[in-house]
Design a protein around this ligand. Structure first.
Ligand SMILES: C[S@@+](CC[C@H](N)C(=O)[O-])C[C@H]1O[C@@H](n2cnc3c(N)ncnc32)[C@H](O)[C@@H]1O
Length: 377
């Protein structure tokens, strides 16, 4: 996992629909989608569709994964668009524009499951649309110039294109010893992530600038942090949510203590996620050019795992639920690094650690998402 190419091929949500699948554990991103639905709908309302204009409206969902969220995002866009089309073109003799949706994600995404559910989903949508899958990284070009009218990306842009190269240099100040993520990491490590994050977001925006038609909409919902927060997770409630990374570090340490892996192997595993601040996002949009931010909102989301504390009374079941939800996002990447047996052992330890953690069991946690709607100018 030391190059962007290899990350593209191992980073994915867990496919299928078993207990550790993303489809069964995507309630966190679902809560974020629900909170930003009104903003997404008004972003679509601001698109200018002229009478007799485009007879085909193209929509792309970048980092679509698979599961209910994938289709609910697209349904929101389709509903808002078809309302708009009816209002603006209802009395004209022009035929209604046709809609085409591109579901895009890394090649490692479970496109098979997505394609199998497509027919039902399209038929139950408020407006029929044509659909296609587009495999590839959103940090590169995915579509021809001036092709798209609406681009959405939800709960995906916090994933970087790669672990920063500096963080992979053994023995350097940026070697992230004892941690899988950057919470509590040395300043140099966080700085390396911040640099990578900025480079990635600018690259993302430059690609979209080429692909989106003037007047088109870019809607981005990503894990982030409010204005002025230097640390990734500096307030108590969101630190609690990110306990998952501390539990993960403890589980890795268990493997080291049991002599199953060397420390160096543990230290070489890093999660390529960065939570951008509103200023970092605004600055990247500004420097990339081509977009005007219409609205940017910080959403404070109650972690749906809070409800599980009530629902699952015993710590073991709760620990297992926590481990399942973490595996949904990380298992493919961990498995590519550790192999199946050690991965299984790691997440067993994770479940045990989560079940034993009183803070995790008793307190409610929150996390922040940043929603941005921008117009291609
Ligand atoms: C947490 S899931 C979010 C899925 C869905 N959009 C939702 O709201 O539930 C993040 C998705 O982003 C995808 N992703 C991460 N990095 C990506 C990249 N560079 N290019 C395209 N997709 C990426 C992952 O493969 C994953 O499917």
């Amino acid at each position: 996992m030391d190059s962007s190419r290899s990350l593209e091929y191992v980073l994915s949500m867990q496919g299928g629909d078993d207990d550790v699948s993303y489809a069964k554990n995507s309630y966190g991103p679902a809560a974020a989608l629900a909170s930003s639905k009104t903003m997404l709908t008004s972003a679509i309302d601001s698109i200018k569709l002229t009478k007799g204009g485009s007879s085909l409206i193209k929509i792309a969902d970048l980092g679509c994964a698979v599961g209910d969220n994938t289709f609910s995002t697209v349904d929101t866009v389709i509903e808002a668009l078809s309302r708009k089309v009816t209002v603006s073109d209802g009395k004209s003799d022009q035929p209604e524009p046709e809609l085409e949706v591109f579901f895009s994600d890394l090649p490692s995404n479970d496109f098979n499951t997505l394609f199998r559910s497509l027919e039902d989903k399209v038929n139950s949508s408020s407006h029929k649309y044509f659909a296609a899958g587009v495999p590839g990284s959103f940090y590169g070009r995915l579509f021809p110039k001036g092709e798209l009218h609406v681009v959405v990306t939800t709960s995906a842009l916090q994933w970087l294109s790669q672990v920063p190269e500096k963080v992979m240099e053994k023995g350097s100040k940026t070697w992230n010893k004892g941690r899988a993520w950057i919470q509590g990491a040395e300043g140099e490590v966080v700085e390396a992530y911040a640099e990578q994050s900025d480079k990635d977001l600018v690259q993302f925006l430059k690609c979209r600038k080429e692909e989106i038609v003037e007047g088109g909409v870019l809607f981005m919902l990503m894990g982030g942090r409010p204005s002025g927060l230097v640390s990734q997770v500096s307030d108590h409630d969101s630190r609690l949510r990110h306990l998952f990374t501390i539990l993960m570090d403890q589980a890795w340490q268990d493997l080291v203590d049991e002599g199953l892996i060397e420390e160096e192997k543990r230290d070489g595993f890093n999660i390529p996620v960065y939570l951008r601040s509103t200023e970092e996002i605004a600055s990247a949009v500004d420097r990339s050019g081509g977009f005007r931010i219409e609205k940017m909102e910080v959403l404070k989301i109650a972690d749906p795992m809070n409800a599980k504390q009530q629902e699952l009374k015993d710590p073991e079941s709760y620990g297992l639920a926590m481990a399942n939800s973490v595996q949904a996002g990380l298992k493919p990447m961990v498995e590519a690094y550790l192999g199946p047996d050690l991965t299984c052992k790691l997440f067993k330890q994770y479940a045990i650690r989560a079940a034993a953690n009183k803070e995790c069991l008793k307190n409610n946690s929150f996390y922040y998402m940043i929603a941005v709607s921008a117009i291609r100018v």
